[in-house]
Ligand binder design. Structure first.
Ligand code: ATP
Ligand code: MG
Length: 445
């Protein structure tokens, strides 16, 4: 993309309404625009990152064997009356009437619809296990929407639902989700710690939340510092293997790590004092096993091996896709702006032309641009007739991990400058080598 032809409405001023850094930077970098409380337009740069996050979530869900589909956001109240949640959900559920005076709602989560689709088609244990998921907009009429996309009213969520014959199978689905979530967040360059949590209105007693540690997090968390040394890395897990998934779950959940809802001082005191940590965290996902709560209420049964009709065991699993952008920025920024991890960056590399209009500089930039494009990478080329300082400030603000600076002086010596956004370190090297180096970094992801 050429910046002169792009739509990147960056703000010079720091918006006063934004209280936390990720919200400020998303507004300043022209990623989002607030349309009303907790409701945002996604501008091109914001949409690009949202799509990258979404893609990682999709890939990891499908790697774990989960199947995507799409449910409507506006739903009839009927199914929600069957589960009892139309009345039980409270003020966060946006209820409305259509022209025929029928009760409708904007889905805050979708246990009912998935259970309904399941019961309509699946009749036999032979079709289990089954995990369906979607990445779809949700609406919750939060009393205090704030912090930008972190606590919106409309937000994008991956929500998945597993259907299993037995409790044991459903617990395997639970473990499998925990493993796939660890891998998902790590691919984005985020450490999200599974912590024992409270199930809230979804119900059930097995649940973990995934938290990204950040001062601006809304949850208070308590954990054993050893947990932050754990990484999932590039281990190959067979998601069908009960033992392998169980082993990962045990490794990542055996140390003390809880949110304030489940925190237990006496238990915490057993952690050696020098390893006890109290901090704040951003909840970026949650997994639940809730047994037959919805299948009982809604008659989601299958025939088992003996020919009996049995209610299926279920769980649900959510990732806050749009909230993740806020969490990513909270964890990756400096005074000059965002620092995107390579896994989610909106453009792979920025090209800054120090002397737009100079025949050689223009040609060198164009050649870099073509080389990256041919390699399947997306460069953002700042081809505007602007001063270098302004171009650097824009690149720093929007946070591309790599920048190549091209100017007549370097070109005389056959070199361009490659700069890391994260470390600030620069090196001069011939253009082909700069391309090779950047390409290698992305190939390793
Ligand atoms: P919270 O405790 O933050 O209100 P929740 O526990 O009610 O969230 P879940 O039902 O577990 O949320 O939804 C799954 C994920 O969706 C959460 O882990 C979170 O990342 C995201 N999410 C929930 N509410 C919002 C919101 N208002 N804005 C943005 N993301 C949200
Ligand atoms: Mg939650």
């Amino acid at each position: 993309m050429r910046l002169s032809r792009y739509f990147l409405p960056v703000l010079k001023e720091t918006p006063s309404e934004a209280q936390i850094v990720s919200h400020r930077l998303m507004l300043r970098a022209g990623m989002i625009r607030q349309q009303s409380a907790g409701i945002y337009s996604w501008l091109p740069l914001g949409l690009k990152v949202l799509k990258r996050v979404e893609q990682i979530v999709n890939e990891e869900q499908q790697r774990a064997g989960h199947i995507p589909l799409l449910m409507p956001t506006l739903q009839s109240a009927d199914l929600w009356r069957e589960s009892g949640r139309f009345d039980a959900y409270g003020e966060e559920l946006l209820r409305m009437k259509d022209r025929h005076d029928r009760d409708m709602l904007y889905s805050p989560t979708a246990e009912e619809l998935f259970t309904d689709v399941f019961r309509s088609y699946v009749k036999s244990y032979k079709d289990l296990p089954l995990t369906l998921y979607q990445i779809q907009w949700k609406f919750r009429d939060e009393i205090r929407p704030r912090f930008g996309v972190m606590r919106g009213r409309e937000f994008l969520m991956k929500d998945g639902y597993n259907f299993d014959l037995t409790k044991q199978d459903a617990l395997h689905a639970y473990n499998r989700h925990l493993v796939s979530y660890l891998r998902t967040y790590e691919r984005m360059g985020l450490q999200a710690i599974p912590m024992r949590a409270d199930s809230g209105p979804i119900g059930g007693d097995n649940t973990h939340e995934f938290l990204v540690l950040a001062e601006t997090g809304e949850s208070e968390v308590f954990y054993d510092s050893e947990i932050t040394d754990l990484t999932f890395g590039d281990r190959q897990i067979d998601y069908d293997s009960v033992e392998q998934c169980q082993a990962v779950l045990e490794e990542f959940t055996s140390r003390y790590a809880r949110t304030d809802e489940t925190h237990d001082e006496a238990e915490f005191a057993k952690v050696p004092e020098e390893r006890r940590r109290t901090a704040r965290g951003i909840e970026v996902g949650q997994i639940f096993y809730f047994g037959t709560k919805y299948s009982d209420a809604m008659g989601a049964t299958v025939q088992d091996r003996e020919g009996n009709q049995v209610a299926v065991h279920m769980g649900s699993h959510g990732i806050g896709v749009s909230r993740l952008l806020g969490a990513l920025i909270e964890a990756n920024h400096d005074d000059n702006g965002i620092i995107w991890p390579e896994g989610v960056t909106p453009f792979h590399v920025g090209i800054v032309n120090l002397k737009q209009g100079d025949v050689q500089a223009d040609a060198a930039c164009q050649s870099l641009y073509d080389s990256f494009t041919a390699l399947g990478l997306e460069p953002l080329y700042d081809d505007r007739k602007e001063r270098a300082g302004g171009k650097f400030a824009t690149m720093d603000l929007i946070g591309l991990p790599w920048r190549i600076t091209v100017g007549p002086r370097g070109l005389k010596n056959g070199v361009v400058e490659l700069t890391s956004r994260r470390t600030g370190a620069s090196e001069e090297l011939p253009p082909e080598q700069a391309v090779e180096k950047v390409a290698k970094i992305y190939a390793g992801l």
